[in-house]
Design a protein around this ligand. Structure first.
Ligand code: MBD
Ligand code: FE
Length: 295
C-alpha cells in the first residue's frame, strides 16, 4: 500500500523538510502567481511558528481573532481590512504597488490607503455643491475645497475626471457607522470641467478613533496602542486613459499627524486649511490640485 511521505507520516514537523513537503503539495494547475504567493506564505507562517514556538492556544487565539473579524466584515464594519491597517499592511502594499509612480520626477499625486469605509455610487453632484447635510454643516468648520486635475507630464487639464470624496462627521463617524446621518452624507462625486477644475463644500475634518470595540481594538489594547487617526479626507480619482488614484489628504494642524493608527500619512499629502473671508458659506478654503499619470 501507499506510504505517505512527509508531511502526513513523520513526527518531525520542526524539520524544514516538513515545510517543503507542504509547499510541494501544490498541484500543477495552480497558477504561477498563486504558487509563488502561497509557497512564500507557508514558508513565513511555518518559520513564524517555529521561531516563536507558537502554542496551540496562541494559534487558536489568532484563529478566533480572524473569525471575529470575518463575522464583522460587512460594508459597515470591514474588520479584516482594519486588522491589516493597524498592522501597517495596507500602507505597505500601497507603497509597493505605487512606488514607481511616486518616484517619477514631478510625480503624480501620491497614493494612500483606501480604508474600510469607501462606498460605491456616492451621489454625482455638480461642482459648487455641498456634501454636508444642513444639520451637520452647522456643527463643523465649513470648507470650500477646490482645485484642478492635470496630467502630471504635460501639465494639461484633464476634463471629465471624477473626484470621489468621503470623510467623517464632527462626531468622528462615517455616514454608514452613524444612524443619525442621512444616507451618503459627506460623500460625493464631482466631474472636472474644461480647465480640469472641481470644487465643493465639505467640512474641515477632525481626528477620530478607528472602531476599537472589535478585534482590531482588542489587538490595539494588547499592543498598548491608541486607535486615533489624524483628520483626513479620502479621494478616489479616475479619468479615461489615466491610472486611478486612491489617496487621502491630512490636516497639518491635526493631532496624530505624526502618529496615525494605520500608518497612512505621507508628507506630500499634508495640507493647510486657510481661514476664508470671501464666502458666507465657508469658514475655510482648501485649495488642492491633483496630478494624474496616463496609462
Ligand atoms: C479610517 O477612516 C481609515 O481611513 C482607515 C484607512 C482605516 C480605518 C479608519
Ligand atoms: Fe478614513
Amino acid at each position: 500500500s501507499h506510504t505517505p511521505a512527509v508531511p502526513n507520516g513523520k513526527d518531525h514537523k520542526f524539520n524544514p523538510d516538513f515545510t517543503a513537503a507542504v509547499i510541494n503539495a501544490t498541484g500543477p494547475k495552480a497558477s504561477p502567481r498563486v504558487r509563488q504567493l502561497t509557497a512564500s506564505l507557508i514558508q513565513h507562517l511555518h518559520d513564524f511558528a517555529r521561531e516563536n514556538e507558537l502554542t496551540v492556544d496562541e494559534w487558536m487565539e489568532g484563529v478566533e481573532l480572524m473569525n471575529a473579524a470575518g463575522r464583522m466584515s460587512d460594508s459597515k464594519r470591514n474588520e479584516g481590512q482594519l486588522l491589516c491597517d493597524i498592522l501597517g499592511l495596507e500602507s505597505l502594499v500601497d507603497e509597493i504597488t505605487y512606488k514607481l509612480a511616486a518616484s517619477a520626477p514631478d510625480h503624480p499625486t501620491a497614493t494612500a490607503i483606501l480604508g474600510p469605509f469607501y462606498r460605491h455610487n456616492a451621489p454625482l453632484l455638480p461642482n459648487g455643491a455641498c456634501i454636508v447635510s444642513p444639520e451637520i454643516n452647522a456643527q463643523g468648520d465649513r470648507t470650500w475645497m477646490h482645485g484642478t486635475v492635470t496630467d502630471f507630464v504635460t501639465g494639461k487639464p484633464i476634463e471629465g475626471a471624477v473626484v470621489d470624496v468621503w470623510h467623517t462627521a464632527p462626531n468622528g463617524l462615517y455616514e454608514q457607522q452613524d444612524p443619525e446621518q442621512p444616507e451618503m452624507n459627506l460623500r460625493g462625486r464631482f466631474r472636472t470641467g474644461k480647465e480640469g477644475e472641481y470644487g465643493f463644500y465639505c467640512l474641515r475634518p477632525v481626528p477620530y478613533p478607528i472602531p476599537y470595540d472589535g478585534p482590531a481594538g482588542k489587538v490595539l489594547k494588547a499592543l498598548d496602542r491608541h486607535p486615533y487617526r489624524p483628520a483626513h479626507i479620502h479621494f478616489l480619482l479616475s479619468a479615461p486613459g489615466y491610472k486611478p488614484i486612491v489617496t487621502q489628504i491630512f490636516d497639518r494642524q491635526s493631532k496624530y499627524i505624526d502618529d496615525d493608527a494605520v500608518f497612512a500619512v505621507k508628507d506630500s499629502l499634508i495640507v493647510d486649511f486657510v481661514p476664508y473671508q470671501g464666502d458666507p458659506k465657508a469658514d475655510f478654503e482648501l485649495p488642492y490640485d491633483f496630478k494624474m499619470a496616463s496609462f
